[in-house]
Structure formats: C-alpha cells, structure tokens
Design a protein around this ligand. Structure first.
Ligand SMILES: Cc1cc2nc3c(=O)[nH]c(=O)nc-3n(C[C@H](O)[C@H](O)[C@H](O)COP(=O)(O)O)c2cc1C
Length: 338
C-alpha cells in the first residue's frame, strides 16, 4: 500500500485514526521514529513549510519527509497566504513521499498572524475561499486543512464552515480554540461536532487530550473520525497505545517510573547532535521536559529547569523516577502553555 492508499484507508476506517500533531521544532523524523517505538500515530504531520514569494521548502523539514521510518503516511503542511507561492510549493511537495498537502489556518504566533498567515487568515474568510479554491485545483493528492475555530470568537466558526465545505477538501482538522485563546481553556469540542455534522469530509478533533479516557470522551462528544494529539504524547508516548487499548475495551497499562526514565534517555539520544555541547543538549531537553515534567511532579520540573549537565539532569530523573510504580503522567489541571 502506498502512502496515499494508506491514508485513504485511515479516512475510511470504521475505527478512529490517531494523528501526531505538527509541532515546530519537535516533530522531525527522529521524534516520529521515537514515537513509533511506543506504538506511534497512524499518520504524521510535518512542521509547517513557510511559503512566500521567494521561499524554498525548508531543508530540515524535507529531511523529515525523506527520513520517515515509521511506515505510516506523512502529511506536508504549509503556511502562507500568497496564492501563486502556495500553488508552486504544493506542486513541489506533492512529488515527495507524502500522503497529502495541508494548509495551516491556526498558528497563533503574532509574527505569523500579523502577516495574515496561519491563524491570521481566519479574519479574512474571503481570502481563505480563494486560497482553498486554488490549492484544491493544484493538489492532485489529498488536500487537508488544519484550523482553529475563529480568530477572536468561536462564533466566527459559523461563517468559516461553509467555506471549508465549499472546496471538497479531504480532511478538516479542528483545534477547537480561537487564535486569541492561544493554548488556554476551554476547548470548544461542541464546534468540532458541528463540523463533523456539517462537513462531507472526515473531521479530526484536536486540543488538550492527555489520557485515554479523555480521548474516548472527545471522540464520543465530537463524532470526529480521528483524533490529533500534540503535547499529550510528548508527555507520554504511551498515550496512542493506551487509546487503542481503550478502543478495544481492554484495561489501560501505564509505564513504570523506570520506563519513563528510559523514554527520557531515548529522547535525549534522539535529540543529540554529536557536536552540540552538553549544556545546549540539556537546554533542548528542558523544552520537552516542560511537557513531561508536569505529569511527574512540580518539584521535578523545578529541579530539571536548573540542571546544567547530563549527569545532573539524569540524577534528578533517577531521584523522582527510579521505581516500578505505574505512572499515569496526567496533570491536565496545570498544563504548560494553558
Ligand atoms: C511547540 C508547538 C509547536 C506547534 N507547531 C505547529 C505547527 O507547525 N503547525 C500546526 O498546525 N500546529 C502547530 N502547533 C499546534 C498543535 O499542532 C496542536 O494543534 C495544539 O498543540 C493543540 O493540540 P494538543 O493540545 O494536543 O497539544 C504547535 C503546538 C506546539 C505546542
């Protein structure tokens, strides 16, 4: 089965598909490979390619596509608003081993949305209409869209949905927050359900899932065909398989403290560049630990943030995690970025 057929089968499947969310500076081939060791997602999104008049697809994102060793389909995401450049880039990207081309309509970074790209485009539905029309004509693979529910208010979603529905897209992923909300709660799952009931294409639900129970709740509440998870699987790569266990009606198994240490070691190795000084590696790991640490204990994160060397970093890990007790790694009450 090629990538296209594989993705097509996922979209048609009776059981929900699980997707790893695109995350800048996180979701490269090394991270995908690591997730795959724990069961992984059914489909992976690249970080976004920045598209403008003189852009060339970023080398490091192309590498993630070329080095994908998961055996699962990859979707190439673009961000931008210039139609000829988006069309040019989509045509180029669809020559690569990818299953679909995706357009980002959600990035909340001010530097992006002030240029009317990513989430900024949600303020200009007519412009989205033109972009989707041009891209649908240009993309011979599947064409997908990842959106938030509005720029300033979730009430904007009512006007956005008919535009998405007009352009026979193949999948709509809804991160059910507004751009202004950034990563704060609540997530408007009711609007994902509205999309699932309105759109002809499948809908993928996204936002704030940290446990298998929550995943099943969101799938039931939204009636979405798939579930996309980002920060929850940085925290716990076991989550995808735990969701599969719950979907099969089995008991969920949790990793022990020592298995969490082994994950952190594997994460360190996956992020290690042989010429980077240890202190730089340590800083890079702290970014991941912001997501994982909250699931361990607040003092753990506090100490990790102060570590300066590999030895010190893993000494702290052992102090909190050198045990055989199962760990739920849940603490959504106070999630980083929320
Ligand atoms: C560090 C980071 C980087 C992200 N980069 C992207 C990106 O490149 N493209 C995109 O569509 N969304 C990006 N997102 C948003 C995620 O894909 C996802 O929509 C969001 O985190 C909500 O899902 P979650 O609650 O499961 O993490 C990023 C999020 C984070 C935390």
């Amino acid at each position: 089965m090629n990538q296209h057929e594989h993705f097509d089968a996922l979209l048609r499947s009776e059981s929900p598909f699980l997707a790893l969310a695109p995350m800048q500076d996180v979701t490269d081939a090394a991270f995908w490979k690591l997730m795959h060791r724990y069961g992984g997602a059914d489909v992976y999104w690249t970080e976004y390619f920045r598209v403008h008049a003189v852009s060339r697809p970023e080398k490091w994102i192309l590498e993630s596509i070329e080095q994908n060793s998961t055996g699962r389909p990859v979707i190439a995401q673009m961000i931008g608003n210039d139609i000829p450049s988006l069309v040019r880039t989509a045509k180029e990207l669809q020559q690569l081993p990818v299953a679909a081309i995706d357009l980002n309509l959600g990035c909340p970074a001010p530097i992006v949305y002030k240029k009317c790209a990513g989430g900024g485009l949600l303020r200009e539905p007519q412009r989205i209409d033109s972009i989707l029309g041009a891209l649908r004509d240009a993309v011979s693979l599947k064409f997908t869209v990842k959106t938030r529910v509005g720029f300033a208010s979730p009430a904007e979603f009512d006007a956005l949905l008919p535009i998405f529905a007009k352009h026979s897209i193949d999948l709509l992923t809804v991160h059910a927050r507004t751009v202004s909300q950034m990563y704060r709660l609540p997530v408007h799952y009711d609007l994902i359900r509205q999309a699932a009931e309105t759109m002809k294409c499948p809908v993928c639900a996204n936002g704030h899932v940290y446990s298998a129970d929550q995943a099943l709740d969101v799938l039931a509440q939204t009636k979405a065909r798939g579930l996309m998870i980002g920060r929850g699987v940085i925290r716990s790569p076991w989550l995808f398989n735990q969701i599969r266990q719950r979907l099969r009606g089995e008991a969920v198994t949790f990793p022990t403290g020592r298995e969490v240490i082994a994950y952190i070691e594997a994460l360190w190795e996956s992020q290690a560049t042989f010429d980077a000084p240890e202190k730089i590696q340590c800083e890079r790991m702290k970014k991941f630990m912001n997501y994982l640490g909250e699931g361990v204990a607040a003092p753990f994160l506090h100490q990790i943030r102060r570590s300066q060397s590999r030895a010190e970093f893993f000494q702290i890990c052992r102090a909190f995690l050198d045990h055989d007790q199962p760990m739920k790694l849940e603490s959504p009450a106070n999630t980083p970025g929320e």
